[in-house]
Design a protein around this ligand. Structure first.
Ligand code: 5GP
Ligand code: ZN
Length: 112
């Protein structure tokens, strides 16, 4: 499949690794929106949050387990935000589900 994040998870396109296990891969965003900006993905292709179902939701649980590990690994004790953009109005630009982990600045709410 011609998917950018599948290729990054497979190591076919280089990335700066932040965390990996057998289910999840996390890497530095190429255009960081915060001093710390990781992209966390399940290695298995899921197109968007709209495609989460009973058969694959365990992979999303693993993404959030990884996020907590990354927060400890990176000493993000001051907090962080996890964002998923879904679909056109959600601002999703890559068609492989991914979660942004943003940290090391005071993040405003609500987002723009
Ligand atoms: P989205 O807008 O779909 O929620 O987020 C896609 C994210 O992927 C963006 O923050 C963008 O900077 C990042 N991104 C796009 N292409 C690449 C790439 O080739 N390498 C890395 N490391 N990040 C990418
Ligand atoms: Zn993919």
């Amino acid at each position: 499949m011609d998917c950018l994040f599948c290729k990054i998870a497979a190591g076919e396109i280089p990335s700066t690794k932040i965390y990996e296990d057998e289910t999840v891969y996390a890497f530095a965003d190429i255009a960081p929106a915060a001093p710390f900006h990781a992209i966390i993905i399940p290695r298995e292709h899921i197109a968007s949050a709209n495609e989460i179902n009973e058969g694959n939701s365990h992979l999303i649980a693993k993404v959030f387990e990884a996020a907590a590990k990354i927060a400890k690994q990176e000493n993000l004790e001051n907090g962080y935000r996890i964002v998923n953009n879904c679909g056109e109005d959600g601002g999703q630009t890559v068609g492989h589900i991914h979660f942004h982990l943003l940290a090391r600045r005071n993040l405003q709410w609500p987002p723009g």
